[in-house]
Every structure is written in C-alpha cells, then in structure tokens.
Design a protein around this ligand. Structure first.
Ligand SMILES: *Cc1c(COP(=O)(O)O)cnc(C)c1O
Length: 439
C-alpha cells in the first residue's frame, strides 16, 4: 500500500507537524512468540558464556563480572512520581517503573556493546577456527594468545555509524586485536571521532547522513577479504547479540521479585534508530515471554523510520523522506531515515506500537532523570521515558490496554524503560545537554 495511505490522514498530519504521537501497529499479534523464525538467541547467549574468560582477560572493565556483559536494572521511583503527575491527575501511576541501564554497559557505554561484542567475538572465533589456529572445544581465552592475536590483527573490523556503533566496534575490535575503521557521517559528534582517533582507530568521514556512512563502509569492504564489514542494516550477528539481553532482563526481574505472566504484564520501551538493538531485544523477549510482554519503540519525530516501514506493510524500503520528513534531529543515535530491512519485517507482528518524541522533550526528560534519580544519560537514550505516560495516560494507550484485557491487571504491571547510552559522553558535552534541557 502507499505509505501515506497506510498511515491514514490523521497520523500522517501529526507526523508531518512533528507532533508527538502514539501509533499502534495494526499488524501486531500479541500471541506471536517468534518461535517460527530460525534465528536462535540462545546461540548468542552460549557464545557470551564461553567467551567470558577471554573478555575478563582482555577488558579490565569486565573483570569484576568475570567477563559477563550486563547492566543494572534500577527502580526509578522519583522519576516515576514526577512523570506520572504530568497532565491528567492519577494517570500514569499504574505499575512499577525500572530503568535498564545500558547507558553504562562496559567498554562502549551504550546498548551497542551487546551487538558489537557478539559480532566481534563470532568473527574472531570463526577466523581462528578456519585458520586451524583453534579447535571448536578449545578455551576461548586462547584468542588472546600471541599467535592468534597476531593473525586477527591482519584483519580489519569496519563499520558505518553516526557514532555509538562506531565507538563500540572500534573499542571492542581494538581490544580483541583487530584493526578497526569507522565510517562516520558528517552529523556524527566531534567528541566521538576524537575518542576513536585517540585510540588509534581510523575514522573516515563522509558528507551525508547515516545511510551514506553505511553504504561507503560497505563499498570499501567489497573485494577486500581482510576487511570485515559490520553491517548495521543487515547483520544477524548484531541482532542476536541484542536479543541475548532478554535472558539477562528476565533473570533480573526474577531477582527483583517482579513476575511476568497473565496478571503481571511487562511493558518495554526502547529507543529505535535503524531497529537492530530494539528489534533484537524485542525478538528475544517475545521468544521467552510471548503474549505477556508488550514492546513499544520510541523514535524522534523527524525520523520515525520503523513506524513508517511497519505501517507501509511492504518489503519495499520506505525512507521517511518519502512521506515528507527530514530526519533532522539532535538525537544522533536515532537519526536514521530508513529502517533495517532485516528487522522491519520481523517487527510487524511483534511490535505493539511506536511513540515519537521531539528533541526538546528528549533534553528535558534527560535532565529530569538526572535531577530526580541522579542518572545522567545522552538525549537519544531518554527517548523511552515517555512510554508509560503514552500507554497509561493517552486515549490510544488506554484503548490498547482495553483491547488486550490489560486494564484489570495494570496495577501489577512492570514498565522497563531502556536507557541506551551516555557513559562515554565528556563532561563539557553533558553541560551543553543540561543547558538545552533547561530551556
Ligand atoms: C544505536 C542506538 C539506539 C538504537 O539502536 P538501533 O539499532 O540503531 O535501532 C538507541 N540509543 C542509542 C543511544 C544508540 O546509540
């Protein structure tokens, strides 16, 4: 269907006016548990387990957890109280809110650590096995030994990124002994380029947006057997690395005595760029929890690429430019005009809906989080904070709850807001974020 027609006149008008909105996916099937799809996140989980010793040895930041990559799940009662009282009185207080702190994931300081570590590890394993330098049953700590490490050092990990994926692949790749090259768009932040260069990582700059950087990186890797391109638009290894987060979250909810079942629904709010991170996490959660988990994506009002692609219901790529949006946003982690062609089709039945956020709200909410909970994150990472408000306090959100018989059980709900980045932001940039939030 024509994407504009598929959106309907009311939604289209709000999108074009860059008015924040909640959109419910008509193709969403809450009973779908994605079990019919072949990708299995437990393979990624197993890879992380068998490589834990290696990671503890190579990355001092991971030594404390024995090489396990994980982030805290933090209650945020003060923020919950503050944001619940916005607008209609009483609305928004149903259930308990948590923040999933991927903003402080080790090494990369963003959710990209999950996909990045998984893809880099799977490549290192494959190269060492194919070269006959390691056996399938060998301890993966062998990947840090000089002969294998030198062999890996002949290979380059390359990536196209607006910033955080480049940071993750660069820092993780270098830690594992690879060369690294990061293709960045002109809108990528200067501090991210500086940080990479200071670690000896090659940064190639391109005029244009995220898609240009990815296309350039992909082209440079063609016919170059020693360059491995990490394809943010198509990589299954990235996707599965993100999906493995589902087991971690489930374990943490159990530990926090937050059951997830028919009378205790779980709502998860995920900032979305190209869709790999939120899509992978959604996929992993749906496979484990089926109808009891409801995933919503948060996108900038200027770049709602997943909303537009899923609404269009076609495999033909639909960039946000096609409906008249410009993809201009300060949320550089989310400034993507076209959704991943790998992830968008998988999301059509799994994704409950999308809400959009304007830039001012991102900065303001990030500041509110800092003032209420003492947690400082980057603007992109704040995109999910409005999620519970949309669900509990808007007519469309309430309709969603009624349609799925959730209204009677909403007091027992758990709301997980995924915070996706921020730990590596330099202090002077944080000060700019704060100033903008105060405006
Ligand atoms: C990359 C990123 C996202 C979204 O991930 P995608 O895979 O691009 O959808 C969200 N927040 C931050 C801070 C990011 O860097």
């Amino acid at each position: 269907m024509d994407p504009k027609e598929a959106l309907g006149p009311e939604t289209l008008r709000s999108l074009l006016d860059k008015q924040a909105l909640l959109w419910l996916s008509p193709a969403h099937d809450p009973t779908d548990d994605a079990r019919d799809l072949p990708c299995d996140p437990s393979a990624a989980h197993a890879r992380f387990e068998r490589c834990a010793g290696l990671l503890a040895r190579l990355f001092p930041e991971l030594a404390a957890t024995g090489g396990r990559l994980s982030s805290p799940l933090s209650p945020i009662p003060h923020l919950q109280q503050r944001l619940s009282s916005v607008g209609e009185p009483g609305a928004g207080s149903e259930g308990t809110w948590f923040l999933k702190r991927d903003d402080i994931l080790p090494v990369a300081g963003s959710v990209k650590a999950r996909g990045g570590f998984h893809e880099a590890l799977s490549l290192a394993e494959r190269l060492a096995l194919e070269a006959g330098l390691m056996d399938v049953d060998d301890d993966r700590a062998r990947l840090a030994e000089p002969p294998i490490r030198q062999y890996l050092g002949r290979h380059t990990l390359s990536v196209g990124s607006t910033g955080n994926l480049g940071l993750a692949i660069g820092l993780i790749g270098a830690g594992l002994g690879f060369q690294a090259a990061v293709h960045m768009s002109s809108d990528a932040k200067a501090w991210k380029k500086d940080r990479l260069r200071s670690r000896g990582i090659t940064v190639v700059e391109h005029a244009g947006d995220y898609a240009t950087a990815v296309a350039s990186g992909r082209a440079a890797a063609l016919d170059a057997p020693l360059i491995h391109f990490v394809d943010d638009e198509r990589s299954e290894a990235l996707f599965l690395g993100y999906a493995a987060a589902a087991e971690e979250l489930l374990y943490q909810l159990r530990t926090a005595r937050r059951p997830v079942d028919a009378t205790h629904p779980l709502f998860v709010y995920l900032p979305c760029g190209v869709g790999g991170a939120p899509g992978g996490i959604t996929y992993g959660l749906k496979r484990l929890l089926g109808p009891h988990v409801h995933c919503f994506f948060a996108e900038p009002a200027a770049s709602p690429c997943m909303l537009v692609q899923v609404a269009a219901g076609t495999r033909t790529p639909v960039p946000v430019h096609d409906i008249g949006l410009d993809n201009q946003t300060e949320a550089d982690g989310l400034a993507v005009g076209l959704a991943s062609p790998l992830v968008a089709p998988i999301m059509s039945r799994l994704l409950a809906g999308v809400f959009t956020v304007d830039d001012d709200t991102l900065f303001r909410d990030a500041l509110t989080l800092e003032r209420t909970e003492g947690i400082s994150i980057e603007p992109s990472a704040a995109a999910g904070l409005r999620g519970p408000r949309w669900l509990l306090g808007s007519p469309r959100g309430r309709r969603y709850l009624q349609r799925h018989d959730l209204t009677p059980v909403i007091a027992g709900a758990t709301h997980v807001i995924w915070s996706t980045g921020g730990a590596l932001v330099p202090e002077d940039i944080r000060a700019l974020f704060r100033a903008r939030g105060e405006r």
